[in-house]
Design a protein around this ligand. Structure first.
Ligand SMILES: *[C@@H]1O[C@H](CO)[C@@H](O)[C@H](O)[C@H]1NC(C)=O
Length: 201
């Protein structure tokens, strides 16, 4: 019992929080801490998810995220959150993160899912009030299949979950078209079309 106490106490954090100080670069453990004497209750409140993000894009997708970069109090806490508003017929395109994600359907009806490492697709039409979980690293998506906009709130076990979106990974960079063609088996014309849409060179 005593040794357990020693173990637990030595593993405990030495600070209550570490609001990010962006004057220093990020490292594997996050950002350095803002002087705690200057931290106030306002640091722990973020209103950025109160309104839908801009849905005027090819995916009809508005995103507002609470991650360390937008909400510095999350630094080091291992949690983050995003609001996704998906217009009628819109999608959250196929993407992945380093961490797990849990999605709550605030409004609307979406077909959501992910692909396992064996390429099996786990997908289902979920509606207002449902929760779906996506394991770490797996490609996942949502399609608004309802007649109204859909709103999702998703949380991660990271304040900086990273994101790789399949289409933009392919077409929003300066990789030569023939390399993309060889490594994806997509047609060159399709790649050029996607590059135009996503700013690839
Ligand atoms: C929404 O995004 C579109 C396309 O980028 C832009 O033209 C428009 O000004 C944005 N609207 C707002 C309110 O920011």
């Amino acid at each position: 019992m005593f040794s357990l106490f020693i173990f637990v106490s030595s593993a405990e954090p030495v600070v209550d929080f570490c609001v990010a100080d962006f004057n220093y670069p990020v490292g594997p453990a996050g950002y350095p801490c803002k002087n705690s004497a200057k931290v106030t209750a306002d640091d722990f409140v973020y209103s950025g998810l109160s309104a839908a993000g801009n849905m005027s894009n090819v995916f009809k997708l508005g995103l507002s995220s609470a991650i360390d970069l937008t909400f510095p109090a999350l630094n080091g806490l291992g949690i983050g959150m995003i609001r996704a508003d998906i217009g009628v017929g819109g999608v959250v395109p196929l993407h992945s993160h380093r961490v797990s994600e849990i999605i709550y359907v605030v409004d609307g009806t979406v077909t959501a899912g992910f692909m396992g490492s064996d390429n099996k697709a786990y997908y289902k039409t979920v509606k207002k009030g449902d929760v779906m979980v996506v394991p770490p690293s797996l490609y996942h998506f949502s399609v608004n299949v309802g007649n109204t906009p859909a709103t999702l709130i998703a949380s991660w076990n990271s304040a900086n979950p990273g994101i790789h979106t399949v289409t933009t990974s392919i077409a929003a960079n300066n990789l030569p078209t023939d390399v993309i063609q060889k490594t994806t088996l997509l047609d060159a014309t399709q790649i050029e079309k996607l590059k135009k849409m996503f700013g690839g060179k």
